[in-house]
Design a protein. Structure first.
Length: 318
């Protein structure tokens, strides 16, 4: 099968077709999305070697559950051991022995085929086209914030970053009715949320006097976003960290102690709420799509995905 492989660099190659292990299904990938995490993997994040990609829609070709064969699915990306205390609580994403699709110890979705446990697969409603369903995983990650932090209509909330993740987070938090503001560097990207009725502001015009937010979500993908979040959050407020990037940063923890700031790391979320919100039309992420490429052109797709004018880039396998 054809697949995008990362070793020292990204390259499209012919590799052996994926073979499902015990309890696993074989999925023929229809479409996949390029995420900021995929880009960071190409820079060395997680020391991953293999086929990246974790946002996908596909058709089940074989499965230990015959009812799944022929169905259109998305897949939970974390595969736990099934035996540890985290797995028994339904927290496979925190299993110490887990693999993660296209991120940690498991080949991913930038290929004609992938494998996942049958229990990880979620059927896609017929009303959702592939171009919308491919957003299930990142939208679920955005919605995870609401499982971790109680956001009230009276809260002032700031989202930092107008990339794919920041825009999805803003879409996910807007139905809470909170006083929500999205800040970023790119007016064209900010305009996508403004057209939904959201409040946006370009970073260079953002006044320091506007600090005092109850919740600040850092989704910029850059260390400077953390420093800005610390300035904007009010005493006893909450900072939610959504960014992943290859590298590290130094910071002074004193403001966290002095101002009694709560810091929440936030990663993956549940698929069912994301599917429901898209199927109902409450959230439509498709305006974020900037381009679609064939698998044969996936190296070009990666180059485009980091350009400022692009937001979400999709790869169609057929």
């Amino acid at each position: 099968m054809k697949a995008l492989v990362f070793r020292e660099k990204l390259a499209l190659e012919e590799v052996p077709k994926a073979i499902p292990g015990p309890g696993e299904a074989l999925i023929k990938v229809s479409i996949a999305g390029i995420c900021k995490t995929d880009v960071e993997i190409s820079r060395g994040y997680m020391d991953f070697q293999g086929i990246p990609g974790h946002e996908f829609v596909g058709i089940v070709e074989s499965s230990p559950d015959p009812r799944q064969v022929g169905t259109r699915v998305v897949g939970e990306i974390n595969v736990g051991c099934g035996n540890c205390s985290q797995c028994r609580q339904g927290l496979e994403r925190h299993c110490l022995s887990r693999t993660v699709l296209g991120i940690l110890g498991r080949n991913g979705a930038f290929a004609e085929y992938l494998t996942l446990p049958a229990s990880n697969l979620v059927c896609v409603p017929a009303s959702l086209p592939d171009e919308k369903a491919v957003f299930v995983e990142p939208l679920a990650a955005a919605l995870e914030i609401l499982d971790q932090v109680a956001i009230r209509p009276t809260d002032r909330v700031l989202v930092i970053g107008d990339g794919k993740l920041g825009l999805l987070v803003s879409m996910a938090l807007r139905p809470t009715g909170c006083d929500l503001q999205l800040v970023g560097k790119h007016p064209r990207k900010l305009d996508l949320f403004a057209r939904l009725g959201g409040s946006v502001q370009v970073l260079e015009h953002f006044s320091g006097s506007e600090h005092g937010f109850d919740v600040v979500v850092e989704a910029s993908g850059h260390p400077s976003g953390w420093e800005f979040a610390l300035k904007m959050v009010k005493p006893r407020g909450t900072i939610v960290l959504k960014s992943t990037f290859h590298g590290s940063f130094n910071f002074n923890p004193a403001p966290l102690v002095i101002n009694e700031i709560t810091v929440v790391g936030s990663r993956c979320g549940k698929f069912a709420p994301a599917l429901r919100l898209m199927e109902s039309g409450i959230i439509d992420p498709t305006p974020l799509i900037s381009g679609s490429f064939r698998l044969e052109d996936i190296e070009e797709a990666f180059k485009r995905s980091v350009e400022k004018e692009y937001i979400k880039v999709l790869v169609k396998m057929t």
